[in-house]
Design a protein around this ligand. Structure first.
Ligand code: NAD
Length: 330
């Protein structure tokens, strides 16, 4: 099939070309994000391949369908950026990579947490400047603390395993219980109980209407003083203004973010020479107890390799006319 691949970087090309054995699909790479404005680039293509911040809204989908595109394959697990009602109405097949490496995201969650707690970034900067003072670098033991996981699917489970290894008590909130988590000793609780009990809260549920701003002012008010909040799932799970208020009130002790609600305008590009126009994001990065990475939790060679092979499998399955195991349910 002829496939238009959007939002591509050199690393995408490297892994997708490797996975495209015998050049069975004609892959054409486009750097721009896929939006209603860039969708016309897909003229003459059978399928498009999109990434996490591409905007597959009604207008973009209608343009793609009118151009003859029949499959949209996502190089990510989440599909909150796709207007599924419109996709279904237009008969577009949406496929995704439901599981590539839950370890990559769980391990990045741990990296954010430990760097925050043990002030690794500040310590590194000090030592480079010949400042060996320990003032302000005080952390706390993770052993014996309670971590509350919101969402206990693949990534939540691996994060639970990692924190169990550090000696944490595990509690979780999910719409369904996961036997693997129960086996690890995780105790399912109501959401309010999780907010009130957890020392560390880590988000691993999808962004849905039900989970939008699940961390809001009301939730933060219930949390323990000094709570640690980690979000490596989707930015829209957190009301950033409420979190800023929680940080200013010293209610939130540490905040680790790999995602941000308005990240489309910022992430995945070098913007170091431009003026930061997002005041909320700018404020977040001024706190010494906040660590932000730019949606890189998935970014390991193992994960990119799996994303590329599954993407090729999704294209193969659609081209063969068979059912696509990774199609988003209609
Ligand atoms: P998953 O489908 O295996 O798990 C999601 C869990 O959330 C499921 O157990 C589901 O029951 C639960 N859930 C659904 N609705 C809920 C609700 N209202 N309240 C609480 N829990 C609810 O998905 P996963 O592979 O573990 O991925 C989780 C999320 O991580 C994805 O949706 C995606 O947004 C994010 N993600 C981020 C990165 C990154 O690089 N930062 C990479 C991959 C995935």
């Amino acid at each position: 099939m002829k496939v238009a691949i959007f939002s591509t970087k050199a690393y995408d090309r490297q892994f997708l070309d490797q996975a495209n054995h015998e050049g069975r699909h004609e892959l054409v790479y486009f750097e721009p994000r896929l939006t209603a404005q860039t969708a016309p680039l897909a003229e003459g293509y059978d399928a498009v391949c999109a990434f996490v911040n591409d905007v597959l809204d009604e207008a973009a989908l209608r343009t793609l369908a009118a151009l003859g595109v029949r499959q949209i394959t996502l190089r990510c697990a989440g599909f909150n950026n796709v207007a599924m009602d419109t996709a279904n109405e237009l008969g577009l097949t949406i496929t995704r990579v439901p599981a590539y490496s839950p370890h990559s995201v769980a391990e990045h969650t741990l990296a954010l947490y430990l760097a925050l707690n043990r002030k690794i970034v500040q310590a590194h900067n000090r030592v480079r400047e010949g400042n060996f003072s320990l003032e302000g670098l005080l952390g706390f033991d993770t052993h014996g603390k309670t971590i509350g996981l919101i969402g206990t699917g693949q990534i939540g489970t691996e994060t639970a395993r990692v924190f169990k290894g550090l000696g944490c008590e595990l509690i979780g909130y999910d719409t369904r219980e996961n036997p693997a988590c129960l086996e690890m000793g995780l105790r399912y609780v109501e959401l309010n109980t999780l907010f009130q009990t957890a020392d560390i809260i880590s988000l691993h549920c999808p962004l849905l209407p039900a989970t939008h701003h699940i961390i809001n002012a009301e939730a933060i008010a219930q949390m323990k003083d000094g709570v640690v909040i980690l979000n490596t799932s989707r930015g829209g799970l957190i009301d950033a203004q409420a979190v800023i208020a929680g940080l200013k009130a010293e209610k939130i002790g540490l905040l680790g973010l790999d995602v941000y609600e308005e990240e489309e305008a910022l992430f995945f590009e070098d913007r170091s020479a431009s003026i930061m126009k997002d005041d909320v994001f700018a404020r977040l990065t001024t706190f010494s107890n906040v660590l932000v990475t730019g949606h890189q939790a998935f970014f390991t060679s193992d994960a990119l390799s799996k994303i590329a092979t599954t993407t090729m499998d999704n294209l193969d399955a659609f081209a063969a006319g068979g059912p696509c195991a990774n199609a988003v349910a209609k």
